[in-house]
Write a protein that binds this ligand. Structure first.
Ligand SMILES: [Zn+2]
Length: 290
């Protein structure tokens, strides 16, 4: 104890004083508002900087050490965070660093998601419920996932207005985040299934660039829209695609028609959202824009 005290020179005290000042005075009118208050694995967060005039006042934001894209939303510097379904539950640090040298740190507690498993068969068109078609499903899904995990994203937000649902009537037929047991495999449902009879108009959830408009074995006809800074919306099992890769689409623009192409047992829209390749619950994402 005595030794410890001896080691602290008056200069060290000054440093300690300075850092505690920086941490608290970091507030100094500034704050980071986090929405929603509670989050579990597979859910999104929105961090909004309060008390600064413009985006240049924010130098950097990180979550768990990873840099976040910062954009203006409703006149405030904002960042989106995707807590992946597979991210360990526990506490993580969110940090905002300002151009004036101050910083604010917040601790985010990520809760564990309840593990739910339900059986799901393979349709006849993909070989039915045989061991062979189960193996084929898993290996081809891995290939498709690889393509969809390596899409380029714009280094800015392409959108400025709230996100909208891709369908005019929203009815969830299958939730996000549980696991589907197919033979000995367990495949996580990383999206929300929405009721949509064959040929229902599908709208872009927001402005963005089409990165994928392609036909896959399992995901069927797929459109992926990049909204910038790693935020992407995925529309699966379509019967028709009205847009091309590289095309800029507007919020609410019809991009295609719903269907049941690929690994689908009936017509519906499978909607997925990812932030920096972290899959999140689309319905929870839409709650951020209420
Ligand atoms: Zn689905």
């Amino acid at each position: 104890m005595r030794l410890a005290i001896k080691k602290l020179s008056p200069f060290s005290f000054l440093i300690i004083l300075f850092f505690s000042f920086a941490l608290h005075a970091g507030a100094n009118g500034k704050d980071v508002k986090i929405l929603p208050a509670n989050v579990i694995q597979g859910e999104p967060l929105m961090a909004v900087i309060e008390g600064v005039k413009n985006i240049s006042a924010v130098k950097k934001m990180t979550f768990d050490g990873q840099p976040l894209g910062i954009f203006m939303y409703q006149k405030k510097p904002t960042a989106l965070i995707g807590i992946d379904l597979r991210k360990k539950s526990g506490s993580y640090e969110l940090m905002a660093q300002f151009s004036d040298g101050q910083s604010i740190k917040k601790i985010i507690i990520v809760g564990a998601r309840e593990k739910i498993e339900a059986p799901l068969g393979i349709p006849q068109k993909l070989g039915g419920d045989t061991k062979e078609s189960q193996n084929k499903l898993v290996s081809t899904l891995a290939e498709e996932n690889k393509i969809l995990a390596n899409l380029r994203t714009g280094k800015k937000a392409f959108w400025t207005e709230k996100f909208v649902y891709p369908l005019s009537n929203i009815f969830v037929t299958d939730d996000y985040g549980y696991s589907r047991k197919t033979g000995e495999y367990s495949i996580a449902h990383k999206g929300t299934d929405l009721r949509a009879k064959e040929g229902t108009l599908i709208a872009a959830m927001n402005r963005g660039v089409v990165r994928i408009a392609r036909n896959f074995r399992n995901y069927g006809k797929v459109i992926v829209i990049d909204h910038g800074f790693g935020l992407m919306s995925f529309y699966l099992h379509l019967s028709r695609m009205n847009v091309n890769e590289g095309e800029l689409v507007k919020r609410g623009q019809t991009i295609g028609l719903s269907g049941q192409t690929g690994y689908a047992l009936s017509p519906h829209l499978h909607l997925s959202l990812r932030i920096n390749n972290n899959s999140i619950d689309p319905m929870k994402f839409m709650d951020l824009f209420k």
